[in-house]
Write a protein of this length. Structure first.
Length: 299
């Protein structure tokens, strides 16, 4: 009896140990199943039309001057494909004289890199042309305002890669020599141009310039301080008198580093002392040169 009882107890204890040993597999299997479902969901929501994306990417790269490199057999965004890139690529979809895959999506085949490039170029040119026309209208309005105020020659106009430059000579007009205090005639000019500039959507860059004659006073240690004070003085006046928002304007002092005339020219002493209000063109920086060329071209 005692021996049988011990044997049954041993068998029951062995069965409990066996059941505990198997139970962790169930939890492990559940965890693996959940992880698999998670990765399947992540994979499913991350899928894009890779062929169309690759074709569009190729077209845009060709259109904006980037080298075109297509790996045959690559149909994933980061897949380098199964072959070496051909020496030359036919933008119509074939390479090295071999016709394109007949099974390619017709919508993908219609994406022509040359047409994409032409569209990008035409869009950029249209944007530049439209912005130059807007700046020319602003220039005409500013000229009318100056003439109405009796200071028709108070400012000159030109285009550069930044936009429309309104130049006001400071020599006894905006400021006296060595001073950053606005003169009455200078305030008249700013009062004339301020309302038109306030209505424009463009940002304004106000640049102060001096001639090459050095200055060293208690107020201005050098021409850097003087040119900066003049630029910020014009900025503050436009903000106070015409309520042009500060976040639309910036002020910079250039001292004598950007002269309009060489120092050998006798007129440089007066004409290089100036404040320029640049009405910034609202185009991409790469289009700046086109703004200058088109703006200064024939009317």
């Amino acid at each position: 009896m005692s021996s049988g009882h011990k044997r049954r107890g041993h068998e029951e204890e062995h069965d409990e140990e066996h059941e505990n040993h198997e139970r962790w597999l169930v939890s492990y299997a559940d965890m693996m199943t959940l992880l698999m479902v998670l990765f399947i969901v992540l994979f499913a929501i991350s899928q894009v039309d890779q062929k169309k994306f690759a074709a569009l990417k190729t077209g845009l790269s060709a259109g904006f001057g980037a080298p075109v490199a297509i790996m045959p057999g690559a149909d994933a965004l980061l897949d380098p494909g199964g072959a070496v890139a051909p020496d030359s690529v036919n933008i119509d979809g074939s390479s090295g004289g071999v016709k394109a895959n007949a099974n390619i999506d017709p919508q993908v085949a219609e994406i022509n890199p040359e047409r994409v490039a032409q569209l990008a170029k035409a869009t950029s040119e249209a944007q530049v042309k439209r912005e130059v026309e807007n700046l020319k209208k602003a220039r005409n309005e500013l000229k009318k305002a100056l003439a109405k105020a009796g200071v028709a020659k108070g400012a000159t106009f030109r285009f550069d890669e930044r936009g429309l430059v309104v130049t006001i000579v400071t020599d006894n007009v905006l400021f006296h020599s060595g001073s950053a205090t606005l003169e009455s005639q200078g305030r008249t000019i700013l009062n004339a141009v301020g309302p038109t500039m306030r209505e424009l959507p463009n940002k304004l860059s106000i640049d102060g310039h001096t001639n090459s004659i050095p200055i060293h006073t208690e107020q201005f240690f050098s021409n850097w301080e003087l040119s900066s004070a003049r630029a910020t003085g014009v900025l503050r006046y436009l903000h106070g008198a015409d309520s042009i928002p500060n976040n639309r304007m910036s002020a910079t002092g250039f001292a004598d580093t950007k002269p309009r005339l060489p120092n050998s020219d006798p007129r440089s002493v007066s004409l290089n002392r100036r404040v320029e209000i640049v009405i910034m063109a609202r185009v991409d920086n790469s289009s700046g040169r086109a703004v200058e060329n088109l703006g200064n071209g024939a009317e």
